[in-house]
Design a protein around this ligand. Structure first.
Ligand code: TRP
Length: 332
């Protein structure tokens, strides 16, 4: 059976929190385990360059940090093709070729760029103030990422759907000139079904500053859990698990038997302090092993590098001959 190719890029950004894990990383890792899929996940470091331009050490740490995070959480590099975008030079040749098939108007309509232009207009600045060409061309590089690997399915968040559509447009445009070459990728929206509540009960999100970092040390973890909002019911009062942030978080990390028992304790009356201790135990139990693995990897960047370089070699088994074929069609 030919496996279906799925591919997605991971932009290295700051500290990853438990909400990111539940909403994005966990579903992606589960998708990769499905037999009918060949998953390719890569670190979109050149995409990050459109915004992160001032500190080489920070850039390296972020890139290594996401790699270590995914590996620590169980990404199996034997099963998933896992590399750094910057280690696959064919992507950048592809990027240029595709840029010659991308009308400028199409990219003017890309939402990230459009939003900046709108903001600039409101502030009566030059419409392109603060826009570098990397940012403007972002969707083309993303199309190169996708098309060069004959990707069939792209799991993405809603905000990236337009980019996958642009990749389809560019594929069609090339195919019209040179005949069937690129597959038209489809997107698969990763719904944020697992919306993990944050410290204040709203969705856990960096912008609300209510997050629990994925690899928080035990003391810090306990401290953050102690901050979670509760009501002022006395310990002996029966409590409603349905409206309790603590309970919802507990349910994500505890076994079904533990959840059942906790429910009963809520009914009988349990103090919030007690629930917080129990929540710490189950969260820490979940985090412990990946946290150790994460720190091991981060203290050995050569190991991360080796894994990613091997991944890039696997990716290039596809990208080198395919790029060659594309160039021949063009007439190089
Ligand atoms: N733009 C994506 C994001 O911000 C990251 C990305 C880069 C990507 N290249 C990709 C996602 C290719 C899917 C496919 O999240």
């Amino acid at each position: 059976m030919m496996k279906k190719s799925i591919l997605t890029g991971i932009k290295p950004t700051g500290q990853i929190h438990l909400g990111n894990y539940m909403g994005a990383i966990k579903p992606a890792l589960e998708l990769a385990k499905i037999q009918e899929f060949q998953a390719t996940y890569f670190i979109a470091d050149y995409h990050a360059l459109t915004k992160m331009q001032n500190n080489a050490q920070e850039f390296r740490d972020l890139s290594n940090g996401v790699a270590a995070t995914w590996l620590a959480l169980g990404l199996n590099p034997e099963q998933v093709i896992f590399y750094r975008q910057s280690d696959v030079p064919e992507i950048f040749e592809m990027n240029w070729i595709l840029s010659c098939f991308a009308s400028k108007g199409l990219l003017n309509r890309a939402h990230a760029y459009k939003a900046i232009v709108e903001d600039n207009k409101k502030l009566e600045k030059d419409p392109d103030f603060g826009v570098n060409m990397g940012l403007f061309n972002y969707p083309i590089l993303m199309a190169a990422d996708i098309l060069l690997f004959k990707t069939q399915v792209v799991p993405v968040g809603k905000d990236q759907v337009q980019h996958v559509e642009i990749a389809r447009d560019l594929a069609q445009s090339f195919n019209r000139h040179y005949g069937e070459t690129f597959l038209l990728p489809e997107y698969k929206i990763q719904e944020d079904t697992a919306v993990l509540p944050g410290l204040d009960g709203r969705k856990m999100s960096k912008s609300y500053q209510n997050t629990i970092p994925l690899f928080a040390e035990p003391k810090k973890l306990q401290k953050l859990i102690n901050k979670i909002k509760t009501d002022s019911l006395p310990p002996e009062a029966p409590k409603d698990p349905e409206t309790s942030i603590l309970f919802r978080l507990y349910a994500e990390f505890a076994s079904s038997q533990e959840v059942q028992e906790m429910k009963e304790q809520y009914g009988n009356g349990i103090g919030w302090g007690e629930v917080k201790k129990e929540l710490f135990l189950v969260m820490n139990r979940f985090i412990e092993e990946p946290r150790t693995k994460y720190h091991e990897l981060m203290s050995s960047p050569e190991t991360i590098d080796k894994i990613l370089k091997e991944g890039a070699e696997k990716a290039r088994v596809m990208s080198v001959p395919f790029l060659q074929e594309i160039k021949e069609k063009i007439g190089f």
